[in-house]
Design a protein around this ligand. Structure first.
Ligand SMILES: [Zn+2]
Length: 326
């Protein structure tokens, strides 16, 4: 042993104790740029992985390659479970290209598509091919999936909602129930992820009338520090009841800009966007630091959320590593 190596060793131990051990205790979520669709890679502290939607098919398996890049960044070799929220091309189109490139252990979905036509038939065919001999599990509202310490609770699935009775929601006053929306959005899986005191809610593209029923007249969901939004409704009664600290918008330059209700609540919560949105101009967008991709010809940068059991969390923009802790 060289003189002085004991000191160096002690210093190395200190560094070890203050970084990787603490980092290993986080729930990590990669919001992958799916150009206005959705692909969300969830990695529980146990190492269990769940992918929620696989985005579009894209030219040359664009989304599958972006998902693989996130898996590589996270040091993850396989997708233990793939959850398909609903069968639309911006959520399920990337499933087959991904299955051709990465191992997927199990499939969860809201049941077969209720839509017809060429696109619906193609998605059905590709989904069957992707899962091979695996039988998908049909999710039910109220069901809980245990990711070893992290729980995914299904709030909506197949047109059904959780039945829990919550407190009256004052934000419902003056907000009429929207007209019923048919098709896959009616059946979309909305969920809550819970890790200790941390809560994230995503209703995905859930039909506006069903979102309304989840929070009006009584709120069945409760607060959530982080909301994930896409082209779903995200009306005021939902946003007011959730009281989020941060909203993550699955958008593209021209698709799924944050609705005005989201921008209104963004005065008290941070808006993080996968893309700069041309709809609405600069004032409709978050500051550049909170936007993962600024231009059309984007690099497919992701947003990383790391949550701790005490409810605190950090969001990092992978484009320039800007990070903010909550
Ligand atoms: Zn959809």
């Amino acid at each position: 042993m060289k003189p002085g190596s004991g000191v160096a060793h002690a210093a190395a131990l200190l560094i070890l104790a203050s970084t990787p051990a603490a980092a290993a205790k986080t729930l990590d979520i990669y919001f992958i740029d799916a150009e206005g669709g959705q692909a969300m890679l969830v990695i529980a502290p146990s190492g269990q992985t769940m992918l929620i939607d696989a985005g579009w098919q894209g030219a040359e398996a664009r989304e599958a390659r972006r998902i693989q890049a996130a898996m590589k960044a996270a040091g993850v070799k396989r997708i233990d479970t793939l959850l398909v929220t609903h069968f639309h091309p911006d959520h399920a189109g990337g499933v087959l290209p991904l299955a051709e490139r990465a191992a997927i252990g199990a499939f969860l979905d809201p049941g077969p598509s209720v839509e017809t036509g060429r696109m619906a038939d193609r998605l059905k065919e590709e989904y069957e091919k992707a899962r091979g001999a695996l039988t998908p599990r049909r999710m039910k509202a109220g069901e809980k999936i245990d990711l070893k310490g992290v729980t995914l609770e299904v709030l909506s699935a197949g047109g059904e909602l959780i039945s829990s009775a919550g407190a009256a929601n004052p934000a419902c006053a003056g907000t009429p129930r929207p007209a019923a929306e048919e098709g896959e959005h009616r059946r979309s899986i909305g969920f809550r992820l819970t890790y200790g005191n941390f809560r994230l809610v995503s209703l995905n593209d859930l039909a506006a009338d069903l979102e309304h029923d989840l929070v009006c007249p009584a709120d069945r969901i409760g607060p959530a520090a982080v909301l994930v939004t896409g082209e779903g409704a995200n009306a005021t009664p939902f946003l007011a009841a959730a009281k989020p600290k941060a909203l993550i918008v699955n958008n593209s330059p021209r698709k799924a800009a944050a609705p005005p209700s989201v921008r209104a609540i963004a005065a008290s919560a941070d808006l993080w966007q996968l893309h700069f949105s041309y709809a609405g101009g600069q004032e409709a967008n978050a500051p550049d630091a909170f936007i993962a991709n600024l231009i059309d010809d984007c690099q497919g940068k992701h947003i990383l959320l790391q949550a701790r059991q005490d409810g605190s969390f950090t969001i990092t923009n992978s484009r320039q590593k800007y990070a903010k802790s909550y």
